[in-house]
Design a protein around this ligand. Structure first.
Ligand code: SF4
Ligand code: SF4
Length: 112
C-alpha cells in the first residue's frame, strides 16, 4: 500500500523561520522552473544553470545548489526570506503539505 503523507489537523501558519531551506537534501527544479528563476534573476538560462544548479546524483534532474558552507539553499537570505520567493520551485511552495515527517524541519507543523 502506498504510504499517505501526513496532513495537518489544524491551520498551518508558516513562521518564516527558514528551517525548511536549511533541511538537507535537494531542491529540485524542472525546466520550466529553471526558465522562470533565470528570468526573475535577469540571467540567461545557461548562466543560471551554471551558477546556481547541480545535477542530482541519480542524473535525473537538477537541484539548486547550497550556499557556501553547505548549510542552506543558495537563495536563503540572512533575514530568512527567499530571494526567489515569487518564482520558487514547486517543492518549496508545497512544503510542508504532502511531505513525510515535516515536523522534523518545520516548527509550525501541528504536532512538531
Ligand atoms: S528556493 Fe527559496 S524557499 Fe526554496 S529552499 Fe531555496 S530559499 Fe528556501
Ligand atoms: S520550516 Fe515551516 S515555519 Fe519555517 S519557513 Fe519552513 S514552512 Fe515556514
Amino acid at each position: 500500500m502506498k504510504p499517505v503523507a501526513p496532513q495537518p489537523t489544524r491551520a498551518f501558519v508558516c513562521q518564516r523561520c527558514g528551517a525548511c531551506c536549511r533541511w538537507p537534501g535537494y531542491v529540485r527544479i524542472d525546466a520550466a522552473e529553471a526558465d522562470a528563476i533565470a528570468g526573475f534573476l535577469g540571467l540567461p538560462v545557461p548562466v543560471f544553470l551554471e551558477r546556481y544548479t547541480l545535477l542530482t546524483a541519480d542524473r535525473r534532474g537538477l537541484s539548486l545548489i547550497e550556499a557556501p558552507g553547505g548549510s542552506a539553499c543558495i537563495f536563503l537570505e540572512a533575514d530568512q526570506r527567499c530571494r526567489i520567493q515569487a518564482v520558487k520551485p514547486r517543492q518549496c511552495r508545497e512544503f510542508p503539505l504532502g511531505w513525510r515527517n515535516p515536523d522534523a524541519a518545520c516548527p509550525a507543523w501541528p504536532g512538531a
